[in-house]
Design a protein around this ligand. Structure first.
Ligand code: H79
Length: 486
């Protein structure tokens, strides 16, 4: 188990530099994907059927990291957190469980939380599904649980079931609803795996001297808490997606038990790959029965279409939980739109996270970014939902490209506007018959073009219609299909 934890930590550290250092970082990045996604990998038919119900077409979800750590915002007793993740506060400050319950959990009271308001914001941003932390690594449940009173209804003055209220609001608004559940890490349980061994006794100072965490204590923790809470979630809520995270020391038979609970309660529920596997894996055919789609690394964007269906868990900032203290940086709207569009043109889903503030409101910086994305989606959603990935031989230097579901329309995402107005599309797999802007603001403006074999030359106006991504719609003489490129 120690070895697995060590390798988890190493991958955690590798994460800190998501783009590998090299003379040509983009090439190194693409090469790492080539190693991880062999060209002949295929999801089993059951996963194909589940993914085709909604997940593949919906493309865009919201990820929510909300918990007792949210009011801390990356600071405890006046000390700011050094690390990137505000949701790691209990571990970063080595807060003993008893103190965490008294000082953090029993003060969690997000009075402004309004599930309908959140759902309305998500819809206006263009998000189609929601994934919220039902239990993060601190072990605290955001739902009513009979397994332990260490949950929002029984352990806080708030006493309301956030998972229930949000599940119902999402379904009322036509959004799919998923939960994040930290199945292995649970810092309220000394028998569960810890990222660093000395943390066990710092967080649980009253442990008997002969206590030793091992495979047996892990199995006991799973049987006592993890499996029963997953059963509660699947029985008491309508769950469309299960997002497991951080598979430290999990065994295949334990993964099978989790999957059995999910599938028995809802055979259509989509499951991510972090039940047993950290994303830096080189995927093997025998692993594919344990998940429906691959969760890429935290904040990782695919370089091109991959042989398996993926989702990029991105965030509006460098943290997932709400963080204002210590190091933190928010993305610009342009960065978010580019990361979103590159993800979708790479055939993946984009799961954009924000951390609600301790009072339960969406923080103003996240809200501003959401409004910007929503405005862009309003004009350009046709180039996102239900699309196929980039059918060109490579990602163009000026942006990216993708294809409509029927294969008859190529969308050119122009992110770097050409100074002379001349845009070259190389490797056109079919003849262009018409070109126009996708935005209704310029829908009647026809774009002049000339195609010589695989080279399509377009003449664009002097200035970009949209400073972040102007979408040009190109009709094709014959329909295309996008194929995996690695
Ligand atoms: O929920 C979010 C993270 O809290 C969670 N995944 C996303 C979606 C996550 N759990 N583990 N990891 C990510 C691996 C990360 C390890 C790190 Fe660290 C956390 C690297 C830096 C901070 C702990 C502290 C390990 C090294 C320093």
């Amino acid at each position: 188990m120690r070895k697995i934890l060590a390798s988890l930590l190493l991958s955690g550290l590798a994460f800190a530099e998501a783009v590998p250092r090299a003379d040509n970082p983009e090439q190194a990045y693409a090469d790492s994907f080539k190693k991880r996604f062999a060209a002949d990998l295929r999801h089993p038919p059951e996963s194909e059927a589940r993914l085709n119900k909604w997940f593949r077409d919906d493309k865009f979800g919201v990820f929510i990291h909300f918990g007792a750590y949210s009011p801390l915002a990356g600071q405890y007793k006046g000390n700011p957190m050094g690390g990137p993740y505000a949701e790691w506060a209990m571990m970063a400050f080595r807060i003993p469980l008893k103190e965490y319950r008294e000082e953090v959990v029993s003060k969690f009271n997000p009075q402004e939380f309004d599930a309908d308001e959140w759902a309305r914001v998500f819809k206006e941003t263009g998000m189609k599904y929601v994934v919220i932390t039902s239990k993060h690594h601190d072990g605290f449940a955001l739902f009513k649980s009979g397994v332990t009173d260490y949950n929002i209804v029984d352990g806080t003055p708030f006493q309301r079931d956030i998972i229930k209220e949000l599940e119902q609001a999402c379904h009322r608004h036509g959004l799919k609803f998923g939960v994040y559940y930290s199945q292995a890490f649970d810092w309220s349980e000394p028998g569960a795996p810890f990222p660093e061994q000395e943390a066990i006794r710092q967080i649980h100072p009253d442990l008997p001297a002969d206590f030793e965490a091992n495979d047996k204590t892990m199995a006991e923790y799973l049987a006592k808490k993890s499996y029963p809470q997953l059963e509660e979630l699947m029985k008491n809520y309508k769950i469309d997606l299960l997002w497991f995270d951080t598979p430290a020391s999990m065994k295949p038979e334990q993964g099978r038990r989790f999957l059995e609970i999910v599938r028995r309660n809802n055979p259509d529920c989509v499951v991510n790959s972090r039940l047993l596997y950290w994303p830096k894996e080189e995927w093997k055919p025998e692993q594919l029965e344990f998940f429906d789609y691959v969760s890429l690394e935290d904040k990782e964007v695919p370089p091109h279409k991959l042989s398996l269906t993926t989702e990029s868990p991105d965030s509006v900032s460098t943290s997932y939980g709400y963080k204002v203290h210590g190091p933190v940086r928010y993305h610009t709207l342009q960065e978010i739109i580019h990361r979103f569009v590159h993800t979708v043109c790479g055939g993946g889903n984009y799961l954009l996270n924000f951390g609600p503030m301790g009072n339960g409101q969406v923080d103003p910086k996240a809200l501003g970014l959401f409004q910007g994305v929503g405005a862009w989606i309003q004009d350009n959603g046709e180039s996102i939902y239900g699309t196929q990935p980039n059918p060109l031989p490579a990602r163009p230097a000026w942006g990216d490209a993708n294809l409509s579901k029927d294969g008859k329309t190529l969308y050119l995402h122009v992110m770097k506007w050409p100074a002379d107005g001349k845009l070259l599309v190389e490797g056109m797999p079919a003849q262009a018959t018409e070109a126009s802007f996708l935005s209704p603001k310029a829908a009647n403006a026809k774009i002049a073009f000339v195609q010589k074999g695989p080279n399509l030359h377009l003449t664009l106006p002097g200035a970009a219609l949209d400073p972040n991504d102007t979408v040009v719609k190109v009709s094709l003489a014959e329909p295309l299909q996008s194929a995996a490129k690695n």
